[in-house]
Design a protein around this ligand. Structure first.
Ligand SMILES: C[S@@+](CC[C@H](N)C(=O)[O-])C[C@H]1O[C@@H](n2cnc3c(N)ncnc32)[C@H](O)[C@@H]1O
Length: 325
């Protein structure tokens, strides 16, 4: 099975790491299709790589497609799950690798807000590189019936981890008050208040007619997005009217902004002096959090070249923050 997701700014991430003197322990907080993780293994052969993803389908994809490559590179691969209630990885999974020794690749199903706890469980006190490549992968966007994309036909689910998350996107559409819906669109994606108010009004009218929660969800939401949200043309091209509406719902369902705010200081804390934290963000909500976080730190921002944008259109809104400790 081939990776659907083309890693964003892969060469740039590699270049930043090449400049480090110590690079033996890595964390990829957002495994996805494994593009960045595999580059770490192939280019830097770290003694330890922890790759985390909240979406079991991403983990399954990597387990079924990338393991042979990792084993050929001499890695012991351990799949594990972090249990936030018990605050630990399952014992047997952790021990499996400890016996093996050598270079280790831990692939852990978890929200990245627990990355420090996972490292603690693995007996790793500090690392040299932490990467976050935020948002969803092309595999998730293209997955039928998960409702991440306005091109889908399924119900509006959008949960990254349906096992543990109770609330999905159609619950938000059905149960948030008109005022809360306005706040959601204004606060998460900076939609103008007048547009957000009209959108919220239409959502309330639609759900009074028939609640959201069936295969017609996406068509219904698209139709009001087209009616209400103006098409934006910026330096980075034309934005589909439904893009912001879907993005706001996805951010809210997965508490993406609060996950990022929580995880950044934890990631910085586990870095060795001289290490780097690399964060690739894609929208203003993430950039605001990142700008506040880097304000008192040494950092640089890298954006994709025109060639990269042409080869990988998904990178067009990306900004990569390289933060030094
Ligand atoms: C843009 S993709 C990463 C792509 C990856 N770098 C690659 O090259 O294939 C983002 C991934 O992060 C995961 N993710 C998003 N929020 C997360 C969170 N809070 N904790 C763990 N994983 C998360 C998503 O499930 C998705 O697989």
């Amino acid at each position: 099975m081939k990776a659907v997701h083309k890693p964003v700014l892969l060469t740039q991430v590699k270049k930043q790491i090449e400049g480090l003197s110590e690079r033996s322990r890595f964390v990829d907080a957002t495994l996805g299709d494994g593009g960045h993780s595999l580059m770490f293994l192939e280019s830097f052969a770290p003694e330890f790589l922890l790759s985390i993803d909240w979406d079991l389908q991403s983990i399954r994809f990597v387990m079924s497609s990338q393991l042979d490559k990792a084993k050929d590179l001499g890695y012991h691969v351990v799949l594990a799950e972090y249990d936030p209630v018990a605050r630990r990885l399952k014992e047997d999974q952790r021990d499996l690798d400890a016996k093996g020794g050598g270079k280790r690749w831990y692939i852990v199903h978890s929200n990245f807000v627990y990355l420090d706890k996972i490292l603690e469980n693995l007996g790793v006190k500090s690392v040299d590189v932490v990467l976050f490549d935020l948002g969803v992968s092309s595999r998730q966007l293209e997955a039928k019936k998960r409702g991440f994309s306005f091109k889908d036909r399924g119900t509006l689910d959008m949960r990254m981890d349906p096992q543990t998350q109770q609330v999905n996107a159609y619950d938000l559409l059905n149960f948030l008050s008109r005022k809360e819906l306005v706040r959601l669109f204004v606060e998460t994606v900076k939609m103008p208040k007048s547009v957000a108010s009209k959108l919220a009004e239409e959502i309330v009218a639609l759900r009074e007619d028939r609640p959201f929660g069936d295969k017609d969800d996406i068509r219904r939401l698209n139709s009001i997005a087209y009616k209400i949200v103006p098409v934006r043309r910026g330096s980075r091209g034309r934005l589909h009217p439904a893009t912001l509406v879907f993005l706001a719902l996805r951010i809210a369902v997965n508490t993406e902004l609060s996950n990022l705010s929580q995880a950044l200081p934890l990631a910085f804390k586990v870095l060795n002096p001289g290490g780097i934290l690399i964060v690739i963000g894609f929208h203003s909500g993430e950039f605001d959090i990142l700008d506040r976080f880097v304000a008192d730190k040494s950092y640089k921002i890298i954006v994709p070249s025109l060639q990269e944008i042409a080869a990988n259109p998904r990178s067009r809104s990306a900004k990569m923050y390289v933060i030094y400790k």
